[in-house]
Each structure stands twice: as C-alpha cells, then as structure tokens.
Design a protein around this ligand. Structure first.
Ligand code: NIG
Ligand code: FE
Length: 412
C-alpha cells in the first residue's frame, strides 16, 4: 500500500536519521520544507521533498494537503493513562483550599487511586483506559509511554502492566511500558519501607521481567515518597532485570533525584518543577533527557520547569502530558505545546522539537519516531488549513488537527 500526500503547505521536523535528540540552541531550529510531498509505503515514510521535484509515483491513494501543515505525531513520553475511576472530589477539595500534599496525607492521592484500581476488574480498567488512549490518539499522539503505579500490590501492578500490554497489541499507536511500583508506600508499609521495597524487588520485578511486561523502571523520588537511597535500590534492581530508569524527580523538592538518575544512566528525569542551579549543572554532558510536564504545573498551580535556563545551559528538553487522575487529568499534547510556549517561554520551534524528537528519545524510540525521516514510522498529523505552524501553540484550546495517520493509515 502506497499513499502520497501532495501540496503540503509546510512539512515540519524534516531530519536526517542521525539526529536522535536536539539540545540547547539547536532546539530553536525546526527544519521544514514548504510546498512538499510525502510518500508512505508499508507503514513507513518512504520519500519526501519539494513538489517542484516530485518523482513519478505508482501510488494507491492520494491525500491533497493544500493549505495544511504535516508534522510527525506527538511523542508523549510520560503518562499514567491506565487507572480506575477519577479523583474529581480531590479536585474540588483543592479548589476549597486543601493542598495536594494535605490530600495525600489524609490517605487520598495515589493511595485513593490504588484503592479504586484494586477494586476494579482488569476488563473494566482496560475499557476505561481504551477510551483515554483513543482520545489522545485522535489528538495527535502517535507514541506514548504508560506507567503502572496505581496497584502497589503484586496483583495490582501486574494487572496494570497486562492492560498496557493489551493496549499495545490492539492499537496502531506505539506504546512503551514503565513499572512504577515505587509510586507511594501502601498504608500497611508506612512504617516498614524496606518491606515494600523488598516486595517490589523480590516479587514484582521477577514476575514482570519473566512476562516481559515493562521496558522501564520508575520511582517517585520525593519528600514523603521515596528517598534518594530508596530510589537507588529500586533503580539497581530494575537494571538487573533489564529495565532502564526513567524517574519522577524534583516535582516539589530538589532532594538529589536528578543526580541519582544520572548515576544510573536514566533515559529521562521527569517533572523538574523545582530546579536548583546544581541540578541543571548535573544534567550537562549526560545522555539523560529532562522532561517537563506543564499540564501538571497548570492543574496543580505549581512552578513550571525553568525551560529557558535549561536550554540556555545547553540542555535538551522534552515535553509530555503526565496524563493521570490526580495531578493532570488531560492527555492533550496540543495543550502541552501551547502551555510550554505561553508559560515556559519556549518558542514554537523549541516546543515542537520537545514534543516530537526529544519525546521519542525519552522513550528510546527516536530511531523510528519523532521526525520526518525516510524509514521512520508514518505516524503523522495533518492540520486543518492554517496560516502557519505558529497557530498550533497560539490558538490554544482549539483543535487544529484534521487527520491523524498511524502506521500510514488514517486513524481519525
Ligand atoms: O506524575 N508525582 C507522582 N505521580 C503522578 C501523580 C500521581 C497522582 O496524583 O495520582 C505525577 O504527577
Ligand atoms: Fe507522572
């Protein structure tokens, strides 16, 4: 099956296959081709270029993109899409003055979601998660990482990871799975942290590895959750089982999580709302991708990741949604890109780089996703007719996506 897209007003994020991430000043550059064509063959990008030099193509299907922009689909490298129910009540409690921390301390927060998850059947969790996944796919997400972490029991964590596996098998979107057993301490382990860590290491991890249910290992390294030392134990154990670290750090406090991530060669360190100068310094000259989650900052009214200081220091930056029931009940990457521009002062070029190629890197898939490159997956967004790509962040809240192609086929 060969599909030809013609008359593309502007084709964004055209890259050589050697570019796996962009850092510092490079982030301000978004290579494009105006008045372009693109050929899709057998799920992959087979060719592209200027309409002036379009070769003769024996195609089965033609899409006319006159006035429209084409870009690689969003790569959302941090989500918790698999969960049960919602936390609407906590949202209203926060409006009425309680803090996220106070709600968690009363047994709400992550433990509230864990209770719901363990009371819900695998089938029901799968149905709820499918609805969320289909929604984000229609919003242009073509690759997504999904975490466990609302089970906090052997059965609950395995249940979540099996649901992630089923989603991956049933949808054309690319899915990477992360084991986040170290998301919070269950109440029965409140005074026995080592007991829960031992459960993760001795019972959860071997079962997960045996059934190939995860690609990455995560922990919530934060005051009141997992200390740096506890996080390190989890990372070491995960690495022994072949899982690469990708960790929650610096959401509310800077306690050394970034340095721990770097020590274990984490693929990414995520959140980064609270950054000390030494945290930025530590990330220099490493292979670890910093990931910002601006929808979480927005929803919780906490600081935004200091993107300008990080980019000025030469660092790369990726953007992701953090879609979860407590801190970010939204999986809309278009909103993330807009919010990064509006609140973090990233330029449209930087934000699009952060949400495509750098997001792909933060999932370990930038050799196959995240740019318009011959041989990469034909996961593409075709916009409605728009004046320029600035419109994507500018018209915040509008849905400017007309067509989503996944593995070369129209999904929506
Ligand atoms: O990334 N910070 C830790 N975990 C999630 C939120 C968890 C929750 O509130 O359910 C996050 O924001
Ligand atoms: Fe998260």
């Amino acid at each position: 099956m060969t599909t030809l897209i013609i008359n593309i007003k502007e084709l964004l994020q055209v890259r050589d296959s050697s570019i796996l991430k962009v850092s510092g000043a490079e982030m301000a550059v978004l290579p494009t081709i105006k008045n372009a064509f693109l050929v899709i063959k057998d799920k992959l990008i087979a060719d592209f270029g200027s309409m002036d030099n379009i070769p003769k193509i024996d195609n089965d299907k033609t899409i006319d993109a006159t006035g429209k922009i084409v870009l690689p689909s969003w790569c959302d490298s941090h989500t918790h899409i698999v969960y049960a129910g919602n936390r609407e009540q906590e949202f209203v409690d926060r409006i009425n003055g309680l803090s996220y921390e106070e709600i968690a301390n009363r047994g709400g927060g992550i433990l509230n979601s864990a209770k719901k998850l363990n009371e819900t059947t695998e089938e029901e969790i799968c149905q709820q998660s499918k609805t969320r996944l289909e929604e984000v796919m229609r919003l242009g997400t073509g690759a997504v990482e999904i975490k466990s972490g609302y089970g906090l029991t052997v059965d609950g964590e395995l249940k979540m990871l099996r649901v992630i596996q089923r989603l991956a098998q049933n949808y054309p979107v690319t899915i990477k799975a992360t084991f986040l057993g170290a998301h919070a301490f269950p109440l029965e382990f409140k005074e026995n942290h080592q007991g829960y860590i031992d459960l993760i290491i001795n019972e959860m991890l071997p079962e997960i590895a045996k059934n190939k249910l995860a690609d990455f290992i995560d922990a919530f390294c934060e005051t009141g959750y997992f200390t740096v030392e506890e996080t390190q134990q989890i990372m070491e154990a995960g690495i022994k089982f072949g899982l690469k670290p990708k960790i929650h750090v610096n959401q509310f406090n800077s306690i050394g999580g970034i340095q721990a991530g770097i020590k274990y060669d984490a693929l990414s360190v995520d959140h980064l709302e609270v950054m000390k100068p030494e945290d930025i310094e530590a990330l220099k000259n490493t292979e670890t991708m910093p990931v910002a989650l601006p929808s979480c900052s927005y929803f919780l009214s906490i600081p935004y990741t200091p993107a300008r200081a990080m980019i000025a220091a030469g660092l790369p930056l990726a953007l992701a949604t953090d879609y979860n029931p407590g801190s970010t009940p939204s999986g809309n990457m278009n909103f993330v890109v807009s919010t990064a521009c509006i609140k973090m002062k990233m330029t449209p070029e930087e934000a699009i780089n952060a949400a495509t190629i750098n997001g792909a890197y933060a999932m370990g898939i930038s050799e196959t996703h995240g740019s318009i490159t011959i041989g990469k997956k034909a996961n593409l967004i075709i916009t409605k007719p728009i004046p320029s790509y600035y419109q994507l962040p500018y018209a915040f809240g509008s849905n400017l996506i007309e067509t989503v192609l996944l593995e070369g086929e129209i999904f929506a």
